[in-house]
Ligand binder design. Sequence first.
Ligand SMILES: [Zn+2]
Length: 775
Amino acid sequence: MTIRNRSLSRRTFLSGSLATAFVLTGSSARAAVSTRSQRPSTRTPWYRRAYRWGQTNITEKDPVRYDIGWWREYWKRTETQAVIINAGGIVAYYPSKFPLHHRAEFLNGRDLFGELTKAAHDDGLFVMARMDSNRATEDFFKAHPDWFTRDGGGDPYRAADKYIACINSPYYDEYLPAVLREIIERSHPDGFTDNSWAGLGRESICYCANCERKFLTKTGKPLPRQPDWNDPAYREWIMWSYARRTELWEINNRTTRDAGGPDCIWSGMNSGSVTSQARSFRDLKEICKRADIMMLDHQRRDDDTGFQQNGDTGKRVHGLLGWDKVAPESMAMYQSGPGYYRVASKPAAEARMWMIAGIAGGIQPWWHHVGAYHEDRRMYATAEPVMRWCKANEAYLVNRKPLASVGIVWSQRNTDFFGRDAAADRVDAPYTGFMHTVVRARIPYLPVHVDDIDANALNIRVLILPNIGALSNQQVDSIRRFVAAGGSLLATGDTSLYDEWGDPRPDFALADLFSCHRRDEAPRLTGATRDAAANGRGAFAPAATGHTYLRLLPEWRARVNGPKSGDEPPPTGQRHPVLHGFDETDLLAFGGTLMPLDVTANAIVPLTFVPPFPTYPPETAWMRQPKTDIPGLIVSEHGKARVAYMPADVDRRYAREHLPDHAALLANVIRWLAGGTVPLAVEGPGLIDCHLYEQPGRTILHLVNLTSEASWRAPVDELIPVGPLTLKVRLQHQTARPTARLLVAGGQRPVSMKNGMGTLTLPTILDHEMVVIND
Ligand SMILES: [Zn+2]
């Protein structure tokens, strides 16, 4: 969809008689024109039509060196439709009427925000005014000391030389809304975003008078004196803090819409990391319920999550937001990552792959430069080819439905109350281990919010619960409904062993499905220790690396109620399908943590734990206890449903150590559970992230080639082509003669039909390929 009004200037809109009848923002001006011209497509509000974004993040020096003409050319050649322009907050880029609103040091009375907004509107672009609102200078603090955060000793919280404003004070209820209204009245931006709207993070409790009073009124309790996850007051403080951020989202939207019209939305920035969201009390699910557009501030990959994490973020956000809304993401053109240099160019291949990985997951690209003037000009060439490709193929990148039979469950509540202060280990690593596993195995998947399991039950055939410790009874019930309807389950570690507050349950809430029970007071086993006090149920020990193994059992030995023999098992024998491909080994490296369990009859235990033995000196490296009955994996069948419960934290091990055996084992389990419902198979070399979508009459396969000299260590400097690849895709409509077009390499490929799967070959992929199969 194109912006049909693009050729009309803002001046044209405002001179129209209809336009002058309203107080118009840029967006409502466009809406007025579109109503007049009766074009149905333009009734879609602007924030659902802005697919390509850009941001020059203005520094205080820029008012004396911002070459607006040059940047307008840059907008044009990068096919940018919407820009984010710094307006106010910590720094004002216009002559604000509020004397304490700190002007950019080099502003000199200039209205840089207003000039840029007008230039963008003249060029047919939409403008989001950018706020950065959570702190202020010392003169502001001295004028309104009661608007600022305080620590337990009554001293103000500071960030460098700035003072952090309290989210419960009139700074947020009165001052910031007045600033938003001023910006709308002066320059009519189409909407607002805010870099740090959520205020003070979870690591600091504010004890200002406003917080003391409001918390007491709400809960009847004084503020907790320190973080303590077991303290009911601290738990209430966490939930109260979330609720205030969600309330601010609504207050800010009311403010901007009242002043700027119904399409003048406010959408604060959010992180692609659930742990970051939790630390700043931004409830992704509640926010997505309220958001018209999701502005993601998630600019780069980390080594341990890879580019694929951006595809995951896109699917996670759209899963909550809906696939009909857009989710632009700030993407650094400067060196951001291990090595952080605001005015040096990121290697083009690294920036490009992050963009492509996000686009494949449904994210809209948004180039981001810090500062309006750069001596490293290479960064200006990075975004353009990606943005132009997006424009040319816009129809295939939005309004599409993902196709996947595997769902990986996540829960921000679990990040909070099970993850607590160790969410990276307890929550993120197990999830990441599965994400890497399914990408490596080329199994299309979707992140599924734990409260959306019922809504996803029709399409998802395998639900993965990666160490989801904290589950409410309602969430447990929805998992039961999923299995009762024939869906299969893979759960690991502490899943269902805690309630929604992170308090331990006496046994797994899903013990019957897992076919095992917790042993009373049994210690958690790691490679390093058997310390019951440290590793017991109430206090989770972070993952340890120990010299431990998992033993692979032939099926006749694995059956819990099967024949027992005092003899050594034969070296060969039929094994369970989850051990496919491991015929030449009886052991897999493990190194992680698990606990002894009582396994119920009719379950199968294909893997058992081999306890630690020394690694050094090498003469001592022999097994002291080659066999135990401690299960590493328990599989069972419940009617049509299959269930695999894996006490061993192989998911976390894979995220940490990247051993291919761990990924192969997890993928085997997933495929056994899926029972042939995976809609895609890709054969050929390389690490390829596969995203499958459906639009009316066609199937879209977006392949991202992650095979490079720096797949696991940023930055990538060289892209390495892979191919040929054979693709087998389950087609939606079973047409006799489907056709496939390649939107990156160009041209068409023949498709043959076999068993409902369309089969085609791709000669090569460099960075990505999008295959559109009309069926
Ligand atoms: Zn406060």
